[in-house]
Design a protein around this ligand. Structure first.
Ligand code: FAD
Length: 425
């Protein structure tokens, strides 16, 4: 009997548990270690933050959901991974041994890298976690009673730009619905070198499409922005030239601010030689396997992917749902094969397919592969994207409730585009 332990129960971890359960033998044990008793659907957080969803609508109880499929759940944060001992030390004092470990812990949110940033000890809101989004909603309710300027964006080192645009557009939609948009100057402050870069050097015509969307909605922007500090009511940012020298200092007032932080890996894996890079992201080969510790695998935001190219202000590459689903499928197959003594051959596609909601319309993009030059480099705007995103939420939550993990993006979007089937089995 083998024991497969999965750390993290998010977009990567829960499907990982379902898929690995199917890939291994009935006698093998599968355990999910989660720092929270519930799964939450991160892509809906921007909606929670304006009250379009309640946290309850996007949360699922892990023990109930996974227990039905013979998957154990331990609710405690992983404190330290001990690869040499094949064990994980937990915050509750327990120690769990594994034969195979899958790390799916998403990001640590590095608010601490910019003074005054974030909802924990700073002054800006966040939509990265459902609890932050709920806090942002409470602040939003107070803001709409007494509107003023808004700053939205993503700071230096960020890799997840799509949700920042999404949230800016959703706020704009909500303000127009409330007929108070005229009272709210909006500024988008980003580390990206240009609007629509997205950490991907753009996708399709994203630059002109997204600039146009921002202009239509009267959202100003500052690119190449390094946020020096955030004070109550004021974002201090330095705009850089292409060569990295200082171009201009900006003091941008805000009454409501949401800026995405840089991500790092979690503390439990930091500074473990061979396992994580200096930022704490897990090193994996093309089979999602750590080269130094072959019984450790990783999927999702926690893996190390180098940036696409240098930018004046550091930016990272986003890791989105479709990529994560394909990492999960490859990893489950590989663990099954490793346990059965077969060669480990499955590879994830690492292509980006994304739906960004804009409240009443939206932008969709497909980048295959993610790193240019690409075979598919497509972006489009339309009301259908908003509808598709709502469908994606319902579908994902439903399939997790039912205990299946079936790649949505591949079936719906890649299929619709007539692209080759990318699953590994
Ligand atoms: P998560 O879903 O964050 O899951 C990680 C889990 O690990 C969490 O439950 C966390 O609590 C847990 N954990 C953390 N540390 C520990 C520990 N020490 N011990 C135990 N458990 C731990 N992608 C898309 O394709 N489409 C979208 O529309 C989209 N929208 C997004 C919106 C937002 C606001 C953000 C931030 C990202 C979005 N993404 C989207 C990108 C990506 O799909 C998500 O970030 C996704 O949640 C990443 O999945 P994950 O499993 O890697 O991490």
């Amino acid at each position: 009997m083998s024991h497969i332990v999965i750390l993290g129960a998010g977009i990567g971890g829960v499907p990982m548990a379902y898929e690995v359960r199917q890939a291994v033998g009935e006698d093998d044990r599968v355990t999910v270690v989660s720092d929270s008793p519930s799964f939450h659907f991160v892509p809906s957080n921007p909606w929670v933050a304006v009250g379009w969803r309640t946290p309850k609508q996007i949360k699922l109880d892990l023990a109930k959901m996974l227990g039905r499929k013979n998957i154990d759940v331990v609710v405690s944060a992983a404190k330290r991974v001990h690869p040499g001992e094949n064990a994980v030390e937990l915050a509750n004092g327990e120690r769990i041994s594994y034969d195979h470990l899958v790390i799916a812990t998403g990001p640590r949110l590095a608010f601490d890298e910019v003074p005054g940033l974030g909802p924990l000890s700073g002054h800006t809101q966040s939509i990265c976690h459902v609890d932050h989004a709920e806090k942002a909603r409470v602040a939003w309710d107070a803001f709409v009673e007494n509107p003023g300027p808004i700053v939205v964006g993503a700071v230096q080192g960020a890799s997840c730009f799509g949700p920042a645009y999404e949230y800016a557009f959703i706020l704009d939609t909500e303000l127009r619905r409330r007929k108070i948009r005229d009272k709210v100057p909006m500024t988008f402050v980003t580390a990206e070198p240009w609007i629509g870069h997205l950490g991907l050097n753009g996708v399709g015509d994203s630059k002109s499409l997204m600039e146009s969307a921002m202009r239509k909605r009267h959202i100003d922007w500052v690119c190449n922005a390094k946020v020096e500090k955030v004070e109550p009511g004021m974002v201090h940012a330095i705009e850089l030239n292409e060569d990295g020298t200082e171009k201009k200092r900006h003091e941008i007032p805000y009454a409501y601010g949401m800026m995405l932080p840089a991500f790092t890996g979690i503390d439990a894996v930091r500074d473990i030689e061979g396992l994580a890079n200096p930022r704490g992201f897990i090193l994996v080969d093309k089979h999602q396997r750590n080269p130094a510790f072959p019984n450790i695998w990783a999927v999702g935001v926690c893996i190390a992917i180098p940036p696409i190219g240098p930018t004046p202000v550091p930016t990272g590459v986003p890791k989105t749902g479709y990529m994560i689903e394909s990492m999960v499928t490859a990893t489950a197959k590989n663990i099954g094969d490793a346990l059965a003594g077969r060669p480990v051959e499955a590879e994830a596609t690492w292509s980006a397919v994304c739906l960004a909601d804009m409240g009443d319309t939206g932008i969709a993009f497909v980048a295959v592969p993610q790193i240019p030059p690409r075979n598919v480099n497509w972006m489009a705007e339309g009301k259908w994207v908003h509808v598709a995103k709502v469908g994606f939420e319902k579908y994902f939550l439903r399939k997790l409730r039912r205990g299946v993990s079936e790649p949505f993006y591949e079936k719906q979007i890649m299929g619709a585009l007539g692209l080759k089937k990318l699953r590994t089995d």
